[in-house]
Ligand binder design. Structure first.
Ligand SMILES: [Zn+2]
Ligand SMILES: [Zn+2]
Ligand SMILES: [Zn+2]
Length: 283
């Protein structure tokens, strides 16, 4: 496999946003789907409505991206079409002692497939020490499996971030600045917010209702979120497209192809399309 497998400048994920008071989201799903098909010429394109009311399109070729990028109206509604802010990029981790003398700037300058480089530092007492591990951001929805760095050929591991847990309501998927819950919840027990930490209270997790703190790394909800992030880091795509165990089990139970619907292209059984999941802007 080429060291640059998976790398391309093709913008796979594009977002269609309505510009005025008329919204594309208020139009019939049939008409929206038909209009998109007539623009890109493909019926199997994935179209997902985002929590914001914008539409995200997952394209298959640069030709389709160019066609969609050129439109200024959709169903006669003025729109802008731009590449998705984060999904067209991916992160990967490289590690080499031979990179110890390279700056982050030098790596970005030399590696043409990379937009950003961040060297991992660890704390030793008061000091922060540079490691030989570097997180790279690539111009592609999936990280390549290997890269050439000067005379080196380096394996790239997908970068898996820690699940994001809100410090206010303790739920996963948003930070405390975007929390919409009115009241804070204690990380350790079910008492809600309380000034004095009551260490005698029984631990209770608001996410799984288990007998542990909401911050526990053994919480089934934490492990589920981590599995989704691991899948996403390796395969690219949106949060909704990752096979959450619960969702894919449920889907496999009842989702069978309708004989009257047009073919949607074959999907692996665990593939879980965003259009069936609850709306969420978590991607
Ligand atoms: Zn919250
Ligand atoms: Zn408490
Ligand atoms: Zn839990």
């Amino acid at each position: 496999m080429s060291p640059f497998a998976g790398w391309s400048l093709f913008k796979k994920f594009m977002v269609i946003s309505s510009r005025g008071s008329a919204k594309v989201a208020d139009r019939s799903p049939f008409k929206i789907h038909r209009e998109l098909k007539s623009i890109v010429g493909d019926v199997t394109i994935e179209l997902t409505k985002l929590g914001s009311g914008d539409f995200m399109v997952e394209l298959k070729s640069n030709d389709q991206a160019k066609k969609l990028g050129a439109i200024t109206t959709f169903l006669e509604i003025p729109v802008t079409v731009i590449p998705h802010k984060s999904l067209n990029n991916s992160k990967g981790v490289i590690r080499s002692r031979d990179l110890r003398c390279c700056s982050e700037e030098e790596m970005v300058e030399e590696l043409s497939c990379v937009t950003y480089a961040r060297r991992i530092k660890v704390r030793r007492g008061e000091d922060k020490i540079q490691t030989n591990t570097v997180v790279l951001t690539f111009y592609s929805p999936k990280p390549p499996s290997r890269i050439r760095a000067g005379y080196l050929t380096l394996d790239v591991r997908p970068y898996v971030p820690l699940p994001m847990r809100c410090y206010k309501c303790q739920r996963y998927g948003h930070g405390k600045d975007r929390c919409k819950k009115p009241a804070a919840v204690c990380v350790r027990c079910r008492k809600g917010v309380h000034v004095e930490r009551d260490s005698s209270a029984d631990p209770h997790c608001v996410n799984s209702r288990g007998d542990h703190a909401a911050s526990s790394k053994t919480c089934p909800k934490f492990l589920g979120e981590q599995a989704i992030l691991r899948y996403k880091a390796k395969n690219g795509g949106t949060f909704q497209q990752a096979p959450s165990n619960k969702a894919s089990n449920a889907l496999q139970g009842w989702r069978q192809k309708c004989p009257f619907c047009p073919a949607q292209g074959e999907k692996s059984p665990e593939s879980f399309s965003g259009s069936q999941s609850p709306e969420s802007s978590r991607n």
